[in-house]
Design a protein around this ligand. Structure first.
Ligand SMILES: CC(C)(COP(=O)(O)OP(=O)(O)OC[C@H]1O[C@@H](n2cnc3c(N)ncnc32)[C@H](O)[C@@H]1OP(=O)(O)O)[C@@H](O)C(=O)NCCC(=O)NCCS
Length: 259
């Protein structure tokens, strides 16, 4: 059973000087989506400061769970095969010892495993020093919003959104950030409900598109976005490091027909 309370959109006295000039800040009375089923019972509400610690936990664990997949991805790269072969041959030729060669391979694999953590740890650290340092200031007071999904009194899902500062000419775009659902509550439609909340917010605020970025490694997330009407619009490497580990950032867009 699903109960959805309609949104109300009213003009607000939004924070002066914080919103980008071309946007009108509207206070958005949130749509609280409550889902009851034998599988799931949760509701979605706007972020409150007391959620902060749990939100960070979900954000960090949601990103760091991709470290093993990154390592496995690195093991499939031809440059990794060349490196391992090169180390093996070099050690055997220099030392004549296959045991030393095997140990060297083990250490190279260990190094690669540490390296696989790097892009995710770097991304998390960057966010913790920027938008995730103060969610109320970065999202709620900046013409965006941030929601949590609660189940059994606990925050089990998160998502945020902010206006895009320099959208293409004639477009008004909202960017979705930090979608994450606790591993114990997956497959119950919570992420879909959080995405629907962002889409509804965007429609109510007159945005023409909702955009987002994710990585090729997050295949579950991409499948989810595509199933909800997002389409791939581009791809790029976020940094030299991501290029080194051959992980593309992909850009997705959901046009909103009413705009
Ligand atoms: C991606 C994520 C948010 C999905 O949360 P969820 O609550 O389990 O998702 P929902 O139950 O709402 O939707 C499930 C849908 O997602 C897709 N999906 C989720 N995981 C998938 C996977 N491993 N492979 C393929 N599709 C997957 C499917 O389309 C599925 O639809 P279906 O139920 O009709 O088959 C969750 O796995 C997560 O938090 N991952 C870690 C953080 C992350 O990568 N976030 C994305 C940031 S861009």
């Amino acid at each position: 059973m699903s109960t959805i309370y309609s949104p109300r959109t009213t003009k607000s006295n939004g924070p002066q000087g914080i919103c980008p000039g071309r946007y009108t800040c509207l206070s958005w009375m949130p749509r609280f989506e409550t889902q009851k089923s034998p599988m799931a019972f949760y509701h979605i509400r706007q972020y409150q400061n007391r959620d902060y610690k749990r939100v960070l936990d979900l954000f960090i664990s949601g990103m760091e769970e991709h470290i093993p997949a990154t390592f496995r991805h690195m093991l499939t790269l031809p440059r990794t095969h060349l490196l391992l072969l090169g180390v093996l041959l070099a050690v055997v030729l220099v030392s004549g010892s296959w045991l030393l060669a095997a140990m060297s391979i083990f250490f190279v694999l260990l190094l690669l495993k540490l390296l696989a953590r790097q892009p995710w740890k770097e991304y998390v650290a960057k966010c913790l020093h920027t938008d995730m340092a103060d969610i109320t200031k970065s999202y709620m007071n900046a013409c965006g919003s941030f929601w949590v999904a609660k189940s059994g009194g606990e925050v089990v899902g998160i998502v945020g959104c902010l206006p895009v500062k320099d959208p293409p000419l004639g477009r008004k775009q909202l960017e979705l950030f930090h979608l994450s659902v606790s591993s114990q509550h997956r497959g119950q439609g919570i992420a879909k409900a959080l995405i629907r909340t962002v889409l509804q917010f965007a429609r109510d605020q007159g945005y023409s598109d909702v955009v987002l970025e994710t990585s090729v490694l997050q295949q579950g997330a991409e499948a989810l976005y595509v199933s909800m009407g997002f389409r791939r619009t581009g791809q790029y490497f976020m940094s030299v490091f991501w290029k080194f580990v051959d992980i593309l950032t992909i850009q997705l867009k959901h046009p909103l027909p009413s705009a």
